[in-house]
Structures are given as C-alpha cells and as structure tokens.
Design a protein around this ligand. Structure first.
Ligand SMILES: Cc1ncc(COP(=O)(O)O)c(C=O)c1O
Length: 462
C-alpha cells in the first residue's frame, strides 16, 4: 500500500511569491487586497489561472471591488432606486457569463466540425492542463459520480467490501459505493467542521472495510492528514470526494485518489456533466484510465488491461469547452474567496452576539457553499429562513435536506436505521446556505447581509 503523503511534494514548500492558484494563495491574496496592499506575484504558468495572473501583471486594482472595472459583478438588473430585487440562491441563467457562453459555443462548434464527439484530442489536452494545475495524474471523466466509482474500483473496492463515508453528502457519494457492490458504512463528522471525523472513522472499521471516502463538504478540506493516519493504521485505501473542492490546497496529497466534479453548478461548471480523477500514484493512474474506458489499455484499441471498465471518459466537445473556460478558474475561486471573507466580516456582529455561527475564513476552502448555523436550533433556523424569504427576498437552501441514514428506502432502513451520528445530526438541524455563486453581485451580497441582520434579531429583542 502506498502512502501518498510520503511520495508527493509538501505543498507548504510552495513559494509565497508564486501564484499557484490554489486556495491558500487565493486566501492570502484576498487578505492583501482587503488590506489595501498591492501584491507582487509571479505566475506558475498554469492555464487555470491565466486570467487572474493577467490581472496581477499590472491591473491589480481590478481585484478590488471599488475599482470601476473591477472583476466583481455589479447589479445590472435595472432595479429602480429603493426597489428590492429578490436575491436568488443559484440562478440557472447566470451559471456562465455571456462571454463564457460565447467561448463554450465556439469550442463546441469547433469540435462538432471534426466529428470527434466522444474521444478526441481535446481530452488529452484538458487532462494535461488539469494535471499541470493540480500536480497530479489526471483522468477526465463523464461526471464526478463516475469518477468516484472509477476511483473506488481502481483502489480495489469489490462487492461486499465496506467503505466508510459521512452521512451528509450528495447521494453520489453513497451511490458510488453501492455501484461497486460495496456497503457504505457511516461515521460521524467533527463537531464543528461538517467533515468526516478521523476518530469516528477509525471506530467504524471492521474486517471488511476496504476504504475511507471523506467528502470536502461545501468546499472545505476534511482533516486529511489525520484521516490518512487512521487509514494507514488499518491498512485502508483513501479516496477523496473533492467534487466541491476544486483548487483547495492539499487535495489529493494525503489520499490514493481524489475526485472532482465540473457539473454546471460547481465552482468550475461546464456545459454538462463532467469530472476528473486525480492521483499521485502512476500505477493507480493507469488503472483509473483503463477502468474509465472499458478496461482498455490507454491508447490501445480494444485491448484490455483490466477485466472490466465503464464507458465514462469526458466527451471531446466538453473537454474543448473545459479548455476554453479553464483560464478563468482561479479568478472565479478568487471572487468566491473574496465574497466569503466579505460575508464573514459583514455578518461578524451576528456571530459575536451568538445569533449566527459563521465559518472562519480559512485557507483550506473553495467556498463552494457559504454555510451559516443557527445556535437557536431548527425552529429558529426556519424562522430566519422565512424572514429572509418573505421580508428580504433572499432565497436560501439546505445542503442536503435528508441525511443518508434518514432516507426511507428498504436498503437504508436495513443498513442505517440504528446509526448514531450526533454531530452530523446537530449540524444538519442548524445549518443552512446563503447565496454564494460565481456571479453573485456585490449589491446582491449587501442585500443578503442586510436581510440577515434584520432576520437574525428575534422579534422580542428588536
Ligand atoms: C459532494 C459531491 N459528491 C459527488 C458529486 C457528484 O458529481 P457529479 O454531479 O459531477 O456526478 C457532487 C455533485 O453534485 C457532490 O457535490
């Protein structure tokens, strides 16, 4: 068994003046811009941060929202003075900007003309660019879900094995385990972190456990070093569900493989389903590539290297779109980090007063979702959400409304009805998400902050 921690470069060794586009560097950049200093960086040259690197090379003022041509979105919805426009949670018509839509259409049209609509040269180009960005071997897949199935099979998960997962995730996490014929086993999360608790994961290990599958929920990295230690103590493989955590420093460094998603709602959303499996292990990378495509030896037609495989590579046209949009990736992540910090500051008073619990502005986060908690409990949470909706026009959401062990199917009732996950349950009944997406405007964010101030103060105390 390989322990990736030993084989890969320590990300802490990255030079502070080199823009790598990962979350730690973006976090620092946000604090510098917020503090009014002009950062000086050299770009590491990855395509993924070409747009951001371009700005740092002479137009740093545009990173600040107060600049007239800042990189932040401004309200252009024609609201009349004093008029309160609703703030949607994640408006589908704004997943890509008009400029991005044009790029996507051009890339798609270019590949249509070649007739290479499944496999094709754009796939390898995109995989190489992503490998350059992540520093890991990369196989681009037809979705994050397929990536998880491929990664689990590639590390040796077989029918009847057990895989330890958290109970709060998108169904894809448990479904990937089930698709391998394996059994998901639930462990609790850390009290304040929404991610798998290494101690609880260790306690869930049995003689049938094959792997641990932590989820970087909302974009925050699980405690991967500790989870790796737990896994090593029991001889287990580790696959990261990093579908919400593209760009986070450390993804793929303490695991056998990590899986990304590029579905349209993600930080790096494309024009359909897509994902990727990352690994630092050359041998495993070969297995992943083979299992992603019918078990065939990569670059060899119809000759099997693995007994079995899926038809789950990314399509050539989507890979072309991905290449077209990739230069904007870390600029999107920069904006998200900036807006997250702005929420943390703008709502700080409510946190200090004990009315809301905010996340810390930590560098191990992609800010896929901005999660707040209501110490007052579930009824108070619903009161605040209703107030936001009815008085402030602010739409909120809950990710995810039903925990795995509360799903009501025969399988779930048979496997999980006795699960005891106190931290997961407590977080689940108190947390909700406020708008944070690639095109959230500053004006919209101000409205959310204002509406939350109005909503969080209980009527009796107002
Ligand atoms: C935590 C998590 N895991 C897995 C997935 C599955 O990714 P995809 O939609 O690309 O299949 C998603 C995205 O929906 C996710 O948020």
């Amino acid at each position: 068994m390989t322990t990736m921690t030993q084989d890969l470069p320590d990300t802490g060794a990255i030079r502070d003046d080199v823009l790598t586009g990962d979350s730690r560097g973006l976090h620092r950049l946000v604090l510098e811009v917020r503090g009014g200093t002009v950062p000086v960086y050299t770009s590491s040259g990855s395509v993924a941060h070409r747009e951001l690197a371009g700005l740092l090379d002479g137009h740093t003022e545009r990173l600040d929202p107060s600049a007239p041509d800042s990189v932040f979105h401004r309200e252009e919805d024609g609201a009349l003075p004093g008029e309160r426009r609703p703030v949607p949670f994640l408006p589908k018509s704004r997943l890509l900007t008009p400029a991005e839509q044009r790029i996507a259409a051009e890339c798609f049209a270019r590949t249509l003309a070649t007739g290479e609509l499944t496999s094709g040269p754009e796939v390898a180009t995109f995989e190489a660019a992503l490998a350059d960005f992540t520093g890991l071997r990369t196989t681009a897949t037809s979705s994050g879900t397929d990536g998880l199935i491929i990664a689990l099979r590639s590390v040796g998960v077989e029918p009847g094995d057990e895989v330890i997962i958290p109970a709060n995730s998108f169904a894809a996490t448990e479904n990937a385990v089930l698709a391998c014929g394996a059994v998901p086993v639930l462990a609790d999360v850390e009290p304040d972190r929404h991610t798998l608790d290494p101690v609880s994961a260790g306690a869930a290990v049995t003689s049938r456990t094959k792997a641990v599958l932590p989820v970087h929920l909302y974009g925050r990295l699980a405690d991967m070093a500790a989870l790796r230690r737990t896994a090593d103590a029991h001889g287990l493989r580790v696959v990261e569900d990093a579908c919400q955590a593209i760009g986070v420093t450390g993804v793929g460094r303490h695991s056998d493989a990590a899986v990304l998603s590029f579905n349209p709602y993600k930080n790096f959303g494309l024009t359909g389903k897509a994902g990727a499996v990352l690994t630092g292990d050359d041998e495993l990378a070969e297995r992943v590539a083979a299992i992603a495509y019918h078990g065939f030896r990569p670059d060899t037609k119809n000759v099997k290297a693995e007994p079995w495989g899926l038809n789950a590579k990314i399509d050539n046209p989507i890979a072309a779109v991905a290449m077209g949009l990739l230069p904007g990736l870390t600029l999107k992540n920069y904006r998200r980090a900036y807006l997250a910090e702005r929420y943390v500051t703008g709502l700080g008073e409510l946190h200090a007063a004990g009315l809301l619990t905010l996340p810390s502005f930590t560098p191990d986060h992609a800010w896929h979702l901005f999660t707040v908690r209501v110490p007052g409990g579930p009824a108070e949470r619903e009161r605040i959400r209703a107030h936001l909706r009815e008085e402030g026009g602010v739409e909120t959401d809950i990710y995810y409304p039903v925990l795995t062990h509360r799903q009501q199917t025969p399988l779930h009732e048979a496997h999980f009805s006795h699960s005891r996950l106190p931290h997961t349950e407590r977080l689940h009944t108190t947390a909700f998400q406020i708008p944070l997406h690639n095109q959230l405007s500053l004006t919209e964010q101000d409205r959310v902050i204002e509406a939350l101030h109005a909503a969080a103060v209980r009527p009796a105390t107002r």
